[in-house]
Design a protein around this ligand. Structure first.
Ligand code: HEC
Ligand code: HEC
Ligand code: HEC
Length: 424
C-alpha cells in the first residue's frame, strides 16, 4: 500500500508521517539490497583482510604505486611479475565481477579462464571464506584505479607449459574452504583459518620439491621459493616451533618483530612489517594459540656431536678472535646480547639452524628487525661483507654456532658463497 494512499484515506497526520517513514525504510532497504553498495564498515573489513593476506606486499613494485603490480618475484622456475589489481578497467581488475575474483582466489583461475601460477598463493587462499573474499574484492574495487601495464612473466620452458601446470594442479592443489575442527576451540579454529588461509604462512614455511610443490605439508621448513633464505619449520623445536613459548612471547614476536627468545629478520621481518603488526589483538592471539598447539616433529632430538678434532678447534679459535674484534661490543662477551636491542647469539635457534644460510646472510648483509608500532626504532646490524673475507666469515659463523653451549655444524667458504645473491 502506498503511503500516499494511506495519507489520503486516513486523515490523521501522525499515521501519515508513520506511513512515509515505513515506506522510506522499506524502500531504503530495497535500494541497499539491489545495489549492495558496501558500507564504510565493509570496506574497513576488506582493507583489514587485505592486510592480513599482504596483497600489497606482492602486488606493489619497489617504490611503485600500491596494488598496481610490477613486482618481480624470482624463483627457481623463472621470474614472475605481479599483476595490477587496482580497479582500472583496461590494465587492472576494474572489469572483474565478484565471481571472477572468487574464482581467482578460490580456484586459481584468471578472468579469461587461464590457470594461474602458484606463485600467487591461491593454494592457501582457497581456504578463505566467500564472505571474506567478497570483502577483499569490495575494498580493492574502492581504491583509486591506476593505469599501469606490467611486463610479462619470464618463465622459461618447461615451466611455462600449460600441461605441466595442469598436471601440477591435479597433483598438488586441493581446492576448498577451511573446515573447522569441531574438537578444537573457536579461537584455535580462527588461528588455523588465518595461518593456513589468508596468512599463507605455508607459502614459505614448507619444503618444496623440484616442481615447487610442498614436500610434506605436515612437517615444513625449507629453502624459500624466490629468496635466498631458509624458512625454518614451525614443527621443530630446533627451528621455529613455538610450542614451548608462552602465548605472550609468541604474540610479542609476531606483532613487534622482537622478543626475548628471538628476532625476526629478512623475509619474516617483511611479513611482520607489512602484515602481522596490523592484525587485531584477537587475531594475533588466535594465531598464537594455534601455533603453540602444533605438534613437535623434531627429528634429530639428541644428535651426539663427536669430540672436535684439533684442526676444528684451531678453526674456531680463529673465529673467536674475529668475534671479539667485530661482534662482541653488541652481542656480548658470552653471546648474551642486550635484551630488546641486540639479540643474544647464545641459545639462539636462528644461529644453530641445520642450514646456516640465514646466519650467513645476517653477517654478510647486516639487517634490521622490522619497524613496527611496538618497536618503532629498531637497532640494526652493520654488513660485514666489505670488512671480512669469506674465510673469516666462515670462521666467525662457525664459532658462534659452537660457543656458549651452542652446537651445530661448521660453516665453510662454500656456504658463505651460497649466502650471497638472491633477493632480500
Ligand atoms: C607471494 C606473492 C603474492 C601475494 C601475497 C598475493 N599475490 Fe596475487 N598474484 C601474485 C602473482 C605472482 C600473480 C600472477 C599469477 C599468474 O599470472 O599466473 C598474482 C595474481 C593475482 C590475481 C589474478 C590477476 C589476473 O589478472 O589474473 C589476483 C586477482 C590477485 N593476485 C589478487 C591477490 C589478492 C587479493 C591478494 C591478497 C589477499 C594477493 N593477490 C596476494 C602474487 C601474490
Ligand atoms: C615470505 C616468506 C614467509 C612467510 C609468508 C612467513 N614466514 Fe615466517 N619466516 C620466514 C623466514 C625466512 C624465517 C627465518 C628468519 C627469521 O627467523 O626471522 C621465518 C621465521 C619465522 C618464525 C621463527 C622466528 C624465530 O626466530 O624463532 C616464526 C615463528 C614464523 N616465521 C612464523 C610465521 C607465521 C605464523 C607466518 C604466517 C602468518 C609466517 N611465518 C609467514 C619466512 C616467511
Ligand atoms: C652494531 C651492533 C652489532 C654488531 C657490531 C654486530 N651485530 Fe649482529 N646483530 C645486531 C642486531 C641489531 C641484530 C638484529 C638484526 C635483525 O633482526 O635483522 C643482529 C643480528 C645478528 C644475527 C641474527 C640473529 C638472529 O636472531 O637471527 C647474527 C647471527 C649476528 N647478528 C651475528 C653477528 C656477528 C657474527 C657479528 C660480528 C661479525 C655481529 N653480529 C656484529 C647488531 C650487531
Amino acid at each position: 500500500m502506498s503511503p500516499y494512499y494511506f495519507c489520503f484515506t486516513s486523515g490523521f497526520a501522525r499515521k501519515c508521517a508513520l506511513g512515509y517513514l515505513v515506506f522510506f525504510v522499506l524502500f531504503g532497504v530495497q535500494i541497499n539490497l539491489i545495489s549492495a553498495a558496501p558500507g564504510e564498515q565493509d570496506l574497513a573489513r576488506g582493507e583489514y583482510l587485505t592486510r592480513v593476506g599482504n596483497c600489497l606486499g606482492c602486488h606493489t613494485a619497489k617504490g611503485g604505486v600500491p596494488f598496481a603490480g610490477g613486482r618481480r618475484l624470482s624463483t627457481a622456475f623463472g621470474t614472475f611479475m605481479t599483476p595490477n589489481i587496482t580497479p582500472d578497467k583496461e590494465t587492472g581488475i576494474g572489469h572483474w565481477t565478484e565471481e571472477d575474483f572468487w574464482l581467482a582466489m578460490h580456484e586459481g583461475k584468471s578472468r579469461d579462464g587461464r590457470m594461474l601460477y602458484p606463485a600467487f598463493p591461491y593454494t592457501e587462499f582457497t581456504k578463505v571464506s566467500r564472505a571474506d573474499v567478497k570483502s577483499i574484492f569490495q575494498y580493492l574495487q574502492s581504491i583509486a584505479a591506476v593505469s599501469q601495464v606490467n611486463p610479462a612473466h619470464e618463465i622459461p620452458f618447461p615451466y611455462n607449459s600449460k600441461p605441466l601446470l595442469f598436471g601440477w594442479r591435479k597433483l598438488f592443489f586441493k581446492q576448498g574452504i577451511y573446515e573447522a575442527d569441531p574438537t578444537q576451540s573457536e579461537e584455535w579454529n580462527r588461528g588455523a583459518y588465518l595461518v593456513q588461509g589468508l596468512g599463507h604462512c605455508d607459502a614459505c614455511h614448507t619444503a618444496r620439491n623440484e616442481v615447487g610443490a610442498k614436500k610434506d605439508a605436515a612437517v615444513g621448513g625449507g629453502q624459500m621459493m624466490g629468496a635466498n633464505w631458509y624458512a625454518p619449520s614451525l614443527y621443530s623445536r630446533k627451528e621455529a616451533s613455538v610450542t614451548d613459548w608462552s602465548l605472550e612471547a609468541i604474540i610479542e614476536l609476531l606483532s613487534s618483530g622482537v622478543s626475548k627468545h628471538a628476532n625476526v629478520s629478512g623475509p619474516m621481518a617483511t611479513v611482520v612489517q607489512q602484515s602481522l603488526q596490523y592484525w587485531s589483538p584477537q587475531d594475533i592471539r588466535a594465531m598464537a594459540v594455534y601455533l603453540k598447539s602444533l605438534p613437535d616433529k623434531t627429528t634429530q632430538e639428541n644428535v651426539r656431536y663427536p669430540e672436535m678434532p684439533e684442526s676444528a678447534k684451531r678453526y674456531l679459535a680463529q673465529g673467536e678472535k674475529i668475534y671479539e674484534k667485530y661482534c662482541q661490543d653488541c652481542h656480548g662477551e658470552v653471546g648474551q646480547g642486550v635484551p630488546g636491542i641486540y639479540p643474544a647469539l647464545a641459545n639462539n635457534r636462528g644461529v644453530t639452524l641445520p642450514v646456516p644460510l640465514n646466519l650467513i646472510r645476517a653477517v654478510l648483509n647486516g639487517g634490521y628487525p622490522p619497524t613496527t608500532h611496538l618497536n618503532p626504532q629498531p637497532y640494526g646490524m652493520p654488513p660485514f661483507q666489505q670488512l671480512l673475507r669469506d674465510d673469516e666469515i666462515a670462521q666467525v659463523s662457525s664459532y658462534i654456532r659452537n660457543a656458549w653451549g651452542n652446537r651445530a655444524g661448521l660453516v665453510t667458504i662454500v656456504d658463505v658463497d651460497q649466502g650471497r645473491g638472491g633477493n632480500h
